[in-house]
Design a protein. Structure first.
Length: 137
């Protein structure tokens, strides 16, 4: 295997487009086994298939990053299929398009759930116990 991260198992949230997709492409080209997750199932599956067709090791898992149970299910699947997770790229994010004067508390909370709480759930919850998500290289 060639590349800078050969054989590393990488989960990239929000991987169906934008920075997440670019990260998935880069990691896969550097030899990683990449799992992209996204709430957009149609686009996530499409992008995983396109990258796989290029000979890259990329798969897709549907995930709502605001769901604690969803995080557990994603982790269980990764461990069942790959035995480990080496890298987590907590990339999923949204923006509020409404001006602050018209933003609702519901809209505000959704942005916080995706952009802040999901990062906490991804890196700080018990389902990750025993996995070295950060280490010196």
């Amino acid at each position: 295997m060639t590349g800078r991260i050969p054989g590393k198992v990488v989960l990239i949230t929000g991987g169906a487009g934008g920075i997440g997709l670019a990260s998935a492409q880069t990691c896969a080209r550097e030899g990683a086994i990449v799992i992209i997750s996204d709430i957009n199932v149609t686009e996530g599956e499409k992008q995983a298939q396109l990258l796989s067709a290029q000979g890259l090791q990329v798969s897709f898992i549907a995930q709502d990053v605001t769901s604690e149970e969803g995080w557990r299910l994603v982790m269980d699947r990764i461990i069942a299929e790959h035995g480990q997770l080496d890298v987590l790229v907590n990339n999923a994010g949204i923006v509020a398009l409404a001006p602050i004067e018209t933003e609702t508390l519901t809209g505000w909370r959704k942005v916080q759930a995706v952009n802040v709480e999901s990062v906490f759930m991804g890196t700080g919850q018990k389902q990750w116990d025993g996995l070295p998500l950060t280490s010196a290289s």
